[in-house]
Design a protein around this ligand. Structure first.
Ligand SMILES: C[S@@+](CC[C@H](N)C(=O)[O-])C[C@H]1O[C@@H](n2cnc3c(N)ncnc32)[C@H](O)[C@@H]1O
Length: 372
């Protein structure tokens, strides 16, 4: 057993904690934009492969206090880095700092790299190279005030990269945010799902993955831990095979539509690339004219917020969304995410839930409307 950290987006900590509960993790603690838990190597592999709302899986190596550059450098040199990599390997450092001692993340990254390569140089007269794209070891540094956490990044590339996106239209949502919205919506794959403003299709693709229990990383070629000295190839193969064996068919319709042909085409292409085109119907249609499927289910939409439209137009647009929901979507649970709180007020329906989420840097409200 070891302590493991799964990083996520603000607001998704409870859903990620629930995902971890279902994976059988123990001692689950919700943190800020992260969830800590205890698990073994098998759980660490599963977390990377199966979690829908994690951005990275980190293995903590050491935590300490640093009051200046010198004490930071010495604490880092005190870690035996040869446990994790060889002199012929390469490294990358992701550093984030908030506080007085270290003000610049980039500089902190350089200092970290120096401490590690100096240790190798002293011992072997040679130093490992830096490779920011595909390093043998990716090291994560988090500094808050004087508190330092050093971790190994088991994921490598961020887990929001599912490898199915081939084309995008305006403002696609992050895959982790889309999965989080689906899990927050309580839809759980037990009924129809509609995204009537699908853009490049992130929500319906993630929905099809939830519905068919497809592991979100099924298309990924590698994880950071593949390059670690303790990589257990057999264990990994069994984790992957067990998760892949759970893929199942889905009996309800998933509908993705958008008023733009470009969006319809991008969604269709991305669905094909994900191998999920069988489960999602894609249409070019104005939301105002879209027919609701016969059996009521869950609708999630991510309408434009207001970047292009004028404010009065945005308000009229959100008002018309509310009118259409009332007229055509009786019995459905409708969820809308938007950063435009003024416009959201003009939906003209009472939200039964409001959750704060971030779409990139934009603070948004994700609101539920139960259509009776
Ligand atoms: C912010 S984008 C959605 C992005 C999407 N969630 C993704 O991940 O790619 C908003 C989409 O709403 C569509 N849209 C705007 N008004 C619409 C309407 N009245 N009916 C249908 N689609 C509409 C736009 O064409 C655009 O693709």
């Amino acid at each position: 057993m070891q302590s493991i950290i799964a990083k996520t987006l603000a607001g998704l900590e409870p859903v990620l904690a629930e995902e971890l509960r279902q994976l059988g993790a123990s001692h689950i603690r919700e943190l800020k934009r992260a969830v800590a838990f205890d698990g073994d190597k098998q759980l660490m592999y599963r977390a990377n492969y199966e979690l829908r709302t994690a951005l990275r899986i980190l293995i903590p190596v050491r935590s300490f206090s640093a009051y200046n550059e010198k004490s930071y450098y010495e604490a880092l040199r005190d870690i035996d880095w040869t446990q994790y990599m060889g002199v012929n390997d390469s490294l990358a450092v992701d550093a984030v700092t908030q506080g007085e001692v270290f003000r610049h993340s980039h500089y902190l990254g350089l200092l970290t790299k120096d401490a590690i390569v100096d240790q190798f140089r002293d011992r072997f007269n040679r130093r490992p190279n830096v490779n920011t794209v595909s390093p043998t070891l990716r090291i994560n540094v988090h500094v808050q005030g004087t508190h330092v956490d050093i971790s190994l990044d088991a994921s490598g590339d961020s887990l929001h990269k599912r490898n199915y996106r081939r084309d995008t239209v305006e403002a696609p949502v992050n895959e982790v945010l889309a999965a989080g919205m689906l899990l927050l919506s309580d839809w759980n794959g037990k009924g129809p799902f509609v995204d009537p403003m699908c853009g490049s299709g992130t929500l319906p693709i993630e929905a099809a993955m939830v519905a068919t229990q497809t592991p979100v990383q099924i298309k990924r070629e590698g994880f950071g831990f593949f390059k670690w000295p303790d990589f257990d190839k057999k264990l990994w193969a069994s984790v992957k095979a067990t998760a892949d064996a759970r893929i199942q068919p889905f009996e309800f319709p998933i509908l993705a539509s958008d008023k733009e042909s470009r969006a319809r085409n991008a969604t269709a292409l991305n669905l094909m690339s994900a191998g999920l085109e069988k489960w999602v119907r894609v249409e070019k249609m104005l939301f105002e004219r879209l027919e609701a499927p016969a059996v009521a289910g869950t609708l999630i939409m991510n309408p434009p917020y207001d970047e292009r439209l004028k404010v009065e137009d945005t308000i009229a647009f959100y008002k018309s969304i509310g009118d259409v929901l009332k007229k055509r979507w009786a019995g459905w649970n409708a969820w809308i995410i938007s950063s435009n709180r003024d416009a959201l007020k003009h939906i003209g329906l009472r939200a039964s839930k409001k959750i704060t989420l971030f779409n990139g840097a934009l603070e948004c409200s994700f609101q539920k409307f139960e259509m009776f």
